[in-house]
Design a protein around this ligand. Structure first.
Ligand code: MZP
Length: 497
């Protein structure tokens, strides 16, 4: 006979906090959101890898590219670069994040001296950037031969087949900085010489970076920045249970800090094999696994050696797995169950395995509920897809700006490995949709508001850390009528100006 679980599975919108005592120390500026990312022995006191804010971005084409990874790590979180692309392309994205130095930009617009004005115009239209590095081979790190800006040509008057070397500012006339220069010194040279761009070159005159005058104000201090001992930003990458023997070494070579197996159903022997292979062949690289929704799934992946475990099936905003396969569980119940299993595992082994709540977070207070229910950190797709830094197009629909957001199980992503149960290498049916999300601007601006709200809720609960929140929060299941009571009601709202 099948096993019946009688308790209803529930999600975040069905719970609210009851305030705890807010002491005088309990103010948002005293709240710490630092949280462990990977497994550790409690005798060692803390995790070897920690996040400064409990956010990671989803392993999705429409979310985690290098631009978002850089901005999120600069603000204390971490991205997992998506795995549903070629190994080379994914490794290149990881490399881009690892090479990032605030204010130092790797040139994305480069041509050779024998390229033409037409090539220049095409490149500017494609990238939107007006400064072009002229290198011997047209590569971002080739030998620097000159520079082109929009002051060097007149598209309406000049011949379109004119060669770049005829109108570029040649190397001999350029002011350059040497690799190793500080940002402050680079800015001083820009200022003293009234430049717009300072190319930074190595000892062989290879172009390494540009420093732009226009970026001067952007180099703010980021006290939360998530970087390693070598000062590079931390970055994660998704992997699958098919090509990990080739993909993982390429990612490690590119400098990846942490891996995560990306699958809609992690309770599988394929995940166990993948974890074992990574542990044997790349012992210093932590690997997370998932997704699971109960104690059995957690214990299986914990015993397989996972460094963190992701919780959640079917709750993602773009996910239709529950409709298509009837598989899934309310996210709050899943978390409560898995957190209990994690605590039991800790008691019996002395190892703390962080858990990540993945998908389905809608309101900012849901994030606090997920943390209070035992999540160490949160994976989000929809939340990050709305920002400038996500890799998708911003479009105008009617009077609103939106960004595209599609699931990994949609025909558009074709990430069959994520949904693979063995067999043919293709997506057999869709488990995700292709959609839009409202455009919301810059990541940092939105994150600041979200973090303020999280800290305010934590203070109301009397908690200064995530650990205190997990130990002391009072959480109450609420009736559907009290949810209605929670919004504005029985008033006539004024239209917003
Ligand atoms: P959300 O933050 O948009 O609600 O959910 C993001 C999560 O949904 C991802 O981290 C992933 O676990 C899951 N996901 C991604 N693609 C699909 C799909 O196509 C999906 N079904 O469920």
């Amino acid at each position: 006979m099948a096993i019946y679980i009688d308790d209803v599975s529930r999600t975040f919108g069905e719970y609210l906090f009851i305030p705890g005592l807010t002491t005088k120390q309990c103010i948002p500026s005293n709240v710490s959101l630092t949280t462990p990312l990977v497994k550790y022995k409690t005798a060692d006191k803390e995790s070897a890898l920690k996040l400064n804010i409990p956010f990671v971005s989803a392993i999705m084409q429409s979310v985690s590219g290098p631009e978002l990874a850089i901005e999120l790590a600069r603000n204390g979180g971490l991205s997992f670069i998506f795995a549903s692309q070629s190994i080379d392309m994914q490794a290149e994205m990881v490399r881009k994040v690892k090479k990032f130095k605030a204010g130092f930009v790797i040139s994305d617009s480069n041509l050779k001296p024998d390229s033409t004005l037409q090539n220049v115009i095409d490149l500017v239209n494609k990238t939107g950037h007006s400064t072009i590095g002229v290198t011997h081979n047209g590569a971002p790190n080739g030998k620097l031969l000159g520079l082109i800006t929009n002051r060097d040509y007149r598209p309406e008057k000049d011949a379109l087949d004119k060669k770049v070397e005829e109108f570029m500012t040649p190397f001999a006339s350029l002011i350059t900085g040497k690799l190793g220069i500080t940002l402050t010194d680079a800015n001083q040279i820009i200022w003293d010489n009234k430049l717009n761009t300072l190319p930074i070159i190595d000892q062989n005159n290879n172009l390494v970076y540009f420093v732009f005058r226009k970026d001067y104000d952007n180099h703010r201090e980021n006290p939360n920045e998530l970087s390693g001992k070598d000062k590079t930003l931390l970055v994660g990458a998704g992997i699958n249970t098919r090509d990990y023997r080739e993909r993982v070494p390429a990612l490690v070579e590119a400098g990846v800090d942490v891996l995560c197996i990306d699958s809609s159903d992690g309770y599988s022997e394929w995940q166990r094999e993948t974890i074992a292979w990574v542990k044997k062949n790349c012992e210093n690289i932590p690997v997370g696994a998932g997704n699971i929704v109960d104690k059995e799934g957690f214990d299986f992946l914990a015993n397989a050696g996972a460094d963190f475990i992701k919780v959640g099936i079917g709750g993602g905003s773009i996910c239709i797995t529950r409709e298509q396969k009837g598989i899934g569980r309310g996210q709050a119940t899943s978390l409560i169950d898995v957190a209990k299993a994690r605590n039991e595992y800790l008691k019996s082994t002395g190892y703390y395995i962080p858990i990540c709540s993945d998908g389905g977070l809608v309101h900012d207070y849901h994030m606090v509920l997920a943390l209070a229910m035992g999540a160490d950190f949160l994976m989000m797709g929809r939340y990050f897809a709305r920002f400038d830094e996500s890799p998708t197009q911003k479009l105008r629909i009617g009077n609103n700006y939106v960004k595209e957001y599609w699931g990994e199980g949609s025909n558009r992503a074709q990430n069959w490995q994520r949904y693979d149960n063995g067999g043919a290498e293709s997506l057999k049916f869709e488990e995700g949709v292709d959609s839009y999300v409202p455009y919301a601007g810059k990541l940092k601006d939105n994150l600041d508001i979200t973090l303020s709200k999280i800290k305010a809720t934590m203070c109301s609960c009397g908690a200064l850390t995530i650990d205190e929140l997990q130990r002391n929060a009072k959480i109450n299941l609420v009736s559907s009528t009290s949810i209605v009571e929670g919004g504005a009601h029985d008033v006539i709202l004024k239209e917003k100006g």
